[in-house]
Ligand binder design. Structure first.
Ligand code: SAM
Length: 247
């Protein structure tokens, strides 16, 4: 939960798992009440902006403020629901704080789903805490003015993910083996996934397998080898600029 100068009058944005509509009362969890009333010192009558990933952003007034609970009432909708483009990020886990950074940036930049994938050279698969990554995604959406929170999938083996892959979803395969080539961006719209490897890169077997998939589009991210989290940010940026909702 993070403060933000929101579009309407409220300075604080909060993701809630609750329907939002005019006059709708929203009960707060203990954690949310602690944040709003203990940390941010809000009082009855103060305003908060709420979103739930379905109903857009709503202004809400505090009507009850306790140490362990509280209640808000929705007043008016301040923004419609805005879904990101149908872009997934498939990324091999890296060190915990760097992977959290990757998830945070994926939300800000507009990915619809993040799938942690265990590749052959992945070192940090056991350290993935999906619950923490989901909390990171929620905080990022609250902070960036999003009205939707991307799904963070459970970690899966890349080989299994590719075995069950829907070929209608193209794969932007960020291949460090192409570093130095000019990035050749795709032009075809539709569902896409960006694939980023771990610190050790992809194994030759993985590289061959992905390259053989008709839906894969291998791409260079420039002349230098980027850290995995930098590569994720660069690839989403390129894709968004060409095929996404930045235009
Ligand atoms: N250890 C690998 C090496 O030295 O070649 C580098 C792996 S890099 C740290 C992590 C991931 O970022 C890669 O698997 C790839 O998906 C992506 N990446 C980094 N730099 C890239 C580039 N210049 N072009 C394409 N992908 C890149």
């Amino acid at each position: 939960m993070v403060p933000l100068m929101a579009r309407g009058s409220a300075k604080i944005r909060l993701y809630v798992e609750h329907p939002l509509a005019a006059g709708q009362r929203v009960r707060l969890s203990r954690e949310q009440a602690h944040y709003l009333f203990g940390v941010m010192r809000l009082q009855p009558g103060d305003a908060v902006a709420l979103f739930n990933g379905v109903d857009g952003e709503w202004q809400a007034d505090v009507v009850a403020a306790g140490r362990k609970d509280g209640e808000l009432t929705c007043t008016e909708r301040s923004a419609p629901l805005q879904l990101p483009p149908d872009l997934w990020l498939l990324a091999a886990p890296i060190r915990r704080e760097r992977f959290a950074f990757t998830v945070e940036k994926a939300v800000e930049l507009g990915a619809a789903r993040v799938v942690p994938v265990q590749t052959e050279y992945t070192q940090d698969a056991k350290r993935v805490r999906v619950d923490k990554l989901r909390a990171t995604a929620i905080e990022a959406a609250e902070q960036c003015g999003g009205t939707w929170v991307p799904e963070i999938a459970e970690i899966a083996k890349l080989s299994d993910v590719l075995r069950d892959w829907d070929p209608a979803r193209r794969i932007l395969f960020c291949d460090e083996g192409l570093a130095g080539h000019v990035p050749a961006l795709p032009t075809d719209s539709g569902p896409w996934a960006i694939l980023i490897g771990p610190e050790g890169g992809f194994s030759p077997t993985e590289r061959d397998r992905i390259a053989q998939m008709a839906c894969s589009h291998p791409i260079s991210l420039g002349p230098r080898i980027l850290r995995a989290e930098t590569a994720a940010v660069a690839a989403i940026t390129l894709w968004q600029q060409t095929l996404g909702d930045w235009g």
